[in-house]
Write a protein that binds this ligand. Structure first.
Ligand code: AMP
Ligand code: GLY
Length: 423
């Protein structure tokens, strides 16, 4: 089977691994990265030019396309390719609004009694109403830009003055048009977890739960990042919580999407806050999460490529995979010093050639120059290990990280700590 994979991060490196290791798969990738290209041939196409993508698929007789990141989904790549008769894993533009419009997602949840933080929506034309609304609230509160803002559009504010300033900054263009509408919402206490649901819009498979580490600093301090590590499964998602997630969140969300003409096909990602065994939705994403995918997909067996193909065709074959129980997987991200603010690129990475270790290395932000692999992003590499218990999988990762080096190498040493405390 010939597959084209769109994307260039650690998530796509893991997807490439799992697709190719499904057997009988010839993989192409665009734009790819050196890690992805260990599994795939480079498709020399501009992924923002959908005509080029579709011409490539037709010329190469691609059986189906897998879309990694949210931007092409929000731009309608699935709709465009499907109109050309190409089979695609990923939601339509309208269905991907569950991520690209937070106000759409929040209203969908309110209308269908799906547990989430209380909220109000304001347009920049109503700045005065937004300011008067925040006068009587109990702080902290959360202010969110409606549209895609590369994970930066969420601000937790501690008092009225900070809230007012944040609203003004967003409406004056801090996140461009993504901030023309804002959501002001209740601050939720609890512990976060991520759930990925692979679905054709009717039926679904819930993958093992996971927990991301969004902050740059140990002890969940400092700025938000794309994610500094993850582990799976997350003990906070016990069987009682998982049942609630399925009944109160997943089923009604898929049904509501279908009823509103936005049948969701692909990976629905629910970002949850869990307190006292009660899950609430923080956000939905319309794609696999990064870095959770790198851990979660280690805990499935079977033919992942056929599963995604069946979903892309609209008729999920759940039996293509089985979930591995009684194992843990974890992922530690190695980043560039300075990330998520300014950082330098272009440093040579040593230790990944002929690496003797039990871990898997996925590339996030690297480039190849001659025989050398150089740093080329904030998040550089993901180190992933599987073991019978969480502690051992983390130890394997940290042992591997010692063998890899580059100037400005930074990683969190406390990935998985919250999980270990619960076991
Ligand atoms: P999002 O981009 O919506 O996932 O938000 C980024 C991060 O902000 C989340 O992972 C949470 O840590 C935090 N966050 C977002 N919304 C809330 C909320 N209502 N209450 C508490 N924390 C939140
Ligand atoms: N891990 C967070 C995200 O993928 O959005």
């Amino acid at each position: 089977m010939k597959i084209l994979l769109i994307g260039s991060g650690g998530r796509e490196n893991c997807l490439a691994d799992k697709l190719v290791n499904s057997g009988d798969v010839e993989l192409y990738a665009a734009p790819g990265n050196p890690g992805i290209l260990n599994f795939a041939k480079l498709a020399e196409i501009d992924i923002n030019n959908f005509i080029e993508v579709s011409t490539f698929c037709k010329n190469e007789r691609i059986d189906f396309v897998v879309i990694g990141p949210e931007q092409p989904l929000a731009m309608g790549i699935v709709d465009f390719l499907e109109e050309q008769g190409i089979i695609v894993f990923g939601p339509s533009k309208k269905a991907s609004e569950i991520e690209s419009s937070k106000s759409f997602a929040k209203n969908l949840m309110r209308d269908n009694n799906i547990p989430t933080a209380n909220f109000s929506v304001f347009n920049k034309k109503d700045m005065d109403s937004a300011i008067s609304y925040i006068t009587d609230l109990t702080y902290p509160i959360v202010i969110k830009a409606d549209g895609l803002a590369a994970g930066k559009g969420v601000v937790i504010v501690g008092d009225f003055e900070e809230a007012k300033q944040t609203i003004e900054e967003i409406f004056y263009g801090a996140f461009a048009e993504a901030g023309d509408t804002i959501i002001i919402e209740e601050y939720l206490q609890g512990e976060e977890a991520s759930i990925f649901v692979l679905t054709d819009g009717d039926d679904y498979v819930i993958l093992p739960s996971s927990q991301d580490h969004k902050r740059i600093g140990e002890g969940d301090t400092g700025k938000n990042t794309g994610g500094m590590g993850a582990y799976s499964p997350a003990p906070i998602v016990n069987s009682n919580v998982l049942q609630k997630i399925e009944i109160e969140i997943i089923k009604p969300t898929l049904q509501a999407m279908k009823q509103s003409g936005r049948k969701f096909k692909g990976c629905l990602y629910a970002g949850l806050m869990i307190a006292d065994d009660s899950p609430k939705v923080i956000e939905f994403n319309c794609r696999f999460g990064d870095p959770e995918t790198q851990a979660v997909l280690q805990l499935i067996e079977g033919n992942f490529a056929q599963l995604l193909f069946s979903i892309a065709k609209g008729n999920i074959k759940k039996e293509e995979i089985t979930l591995i129980e009684n194992k843990f997987a974890s992922c530690v991200v190695i980043a560039s010093k300075g990330y998520p603010d300014k950082f330098n690129k272009g440093y040579e990475i040593s230790g990944i050639d002929n690496l003797q270790s039990d871990s898997i290395i996925y590339h996030s932000g690297t480039k190849k120059e001659g025989n050398k692999i150089l740093t080329n992003g904030g998040r550089v590499l993901c180190v992933v290990s599987v073991a019978d218990n969480l502690a051992e999988s983390l130890e394997k990762n940290y042992r591997t990280i010692e063998k890899i080096d580059f100037e400005g190498k930074y990683f969190r040493k406390d990935i998985g700590k919250k999980g270990l405390l619960k076991l």
